[in-house]
Design a protein around this ligand. Structure first.
Ligand code: CMP
Length: 137
């Protein structure tokens, strides 16, 4: 069971001042914030982070959006972190996910879907390394 995962609070949410509210939901669900960073994604980081989506029809739009404002990245810790955060975040398509999920509350479109959460142990490790290269478990 993986204890760490990565949460990104995307530019749509940071622009609307939802950083505190989203981190509060995570803390209320038992996550401990181990690392926290606010930054503006550039093309280099964005293309590394979303390499698995290269070539898909939404890729260029996604990269442009992710560079359009500030992003908050958090390494979150709890038991079964990846699975539990994915449940809390909800499905990619914000209006097609469960009512109490972060994307349903704060998302506004399939691209501007408020947050990103790692979907597997392999991706969590890669994504943490890209945003927090010095993090040690
Ligand atoms: P995220 O979890 O960050 O992973 C990839 C992102 O691409 C996704 O959230 C959305 O913001 C964005 N995206 C836009 N269109 C699509 C789509 N049709 N399918 C999946 N992801 C999409």
């Amino acid at each position: 069971m993986e204890r760490h995962t990565l949460l990104l609070i995307k530019p749509d949410s940071t622009k609307k001042n939802h950083i505190g509210a989203i981190l509060k939901i995570a803390e209320e669900h038992g996550f401990i914030i181990k690392e926290l960073k606010i930054f503006q994604m550039d093309h280099e980081i964005g293309s590394k982070f979303y390499a698995m989506h290269k070539g898909k029809d939404f890729y260029e739009k996604l990269l442009k959006f992710m560079q359009s404002g500030m992003t908050v990245a958090a390494i979150l810790q709890r038991d079964d972190a990846i699975h539990e955060l994915r449940k809390l975040v909800g499905k990619t398509d914000y209006h097609n996910t469960k009512p109490e999920t972060i994307r349903r509350i704060y998302g506004e479109s399939i691209t501007k879907n408020a947050v990103h959460a790692s979907d597997s142990v392999e991706h969590a490790k890669t994504e943490i390394k890209i945003i927090f290269p010095d993090f040690s478990y």
